[in-house]
Write a protein that binds this ligand. Sequence first.
Ligand SMILES: Cc1cc2nc3c(=O)[nH]c(=O)nc-3n(C[C@H](O)[C@H](O)[C@H](O)COP(=O)(O)OP(=O)(O)OC[C@H]3O[C@@H](n4cnc5c(N)ncnc54)[C@H](O)[C@@H]3O)c2cc1C
Length: 274
Amino acid sequence: MLEKLIAGKWIAGPEIEDSIERSVALNKLGIRTIINYLGEDFKSKDRVEDAMATYAKLIKEIKRRGIESDISVKITQLGLRISKAYATKNYLKLARLAKPLFLWLDMESSDTVDATIGAYEKALHQGNVGICLQAYLKRSYEDMRKLVKKGGIIRLVKGAYKERPEVAFQNKQAVNANFEFLMKYLFKHARKFTIATHDKNMVEKALLLNRSYQRQVTYAFLNGIRGSYARMLAERGEHVAVYVPFGKLWVDYAIRRMREQGHAMLILRSLLGS
Ligand SMILES: Cc1cc2nc3c(=O)[nH]c(=O)nc-3n(C[C@H](O)[C@H](O)[C@H](O)COP(=O)(O)OP(=O)(O)OC[C@H]3O[C@@H](n4cnc5c(N)ncnc54)[C@H](O)[C@@H]3O)c2cc1C
């Protein structure tokens, strides 16, 4: 009940089949999906092995049913809190298994960025991998320059974690200014990338930039947010993708979405009794 109330808006459901059904519906509207199995910060190998097995099943199912979908994983779901070598090995294994499907690496809290980028660089030669960079992080310009030069495929977001002022811009204006700056860098220097934001103003700026640059841009949204705008863009012939999470570990994901909405945190805390 609680799950349906809070998570149902953003999450496809608990099972692989839920994410597939959601994808089939979105594909019919000309929208790709980016499927993510919920879970992060795993400290036990059992949980990591479960995630690996679930992704393997998901990949098989997407291929078998011809679903237009990418996959997105988190490095801490693949074992970073256990060891960097273990998580990297798991990620490389999934990147090989996923081929020819496209595998994204989500970006998590700032203490994981070096390891996430390190793993990504090892898979770059495979050609079917992309990585998320966060505009709120002060380091993202340097990371973007380095990765774009190496042929990396970037998904640009504002950033969803609570970060210290030493590493991240704290106010909306500064984050937006950096997002726009990084977006312009992508238009100038990258061939193919994803602009992942619900900020219509920013999407409109990107659409305008692409009139001159003619890049392969995908506009991506989270499941349950800006649905009609996403459909309108797809109808206009833009590449559009929706990030579709599924699974039972929905709490962390739902809390990040509530924080963005700027309300309901107190309700959630009281409902969860924390
Ligand atoms: C496809 C995709 C993948 C992502 N992957 C990552 C990732 O790997 N790592 C990471 O740190 N972050 C990721 N994010 C989340 C991102 O960092 C932001 O936290 C999130 O998108 C909210 O910021 P915004 O760009 O939409 O802009 P904001 O300035 O926060 O929002 C712009 C407007 O969009 C609407 N809006 C925004 N959020 C919500 C919401 N939750 N509910 C309802 N309306 C809303 C509001 O009208 C708001 O005024 C991803 C986002 C997308 C779309």
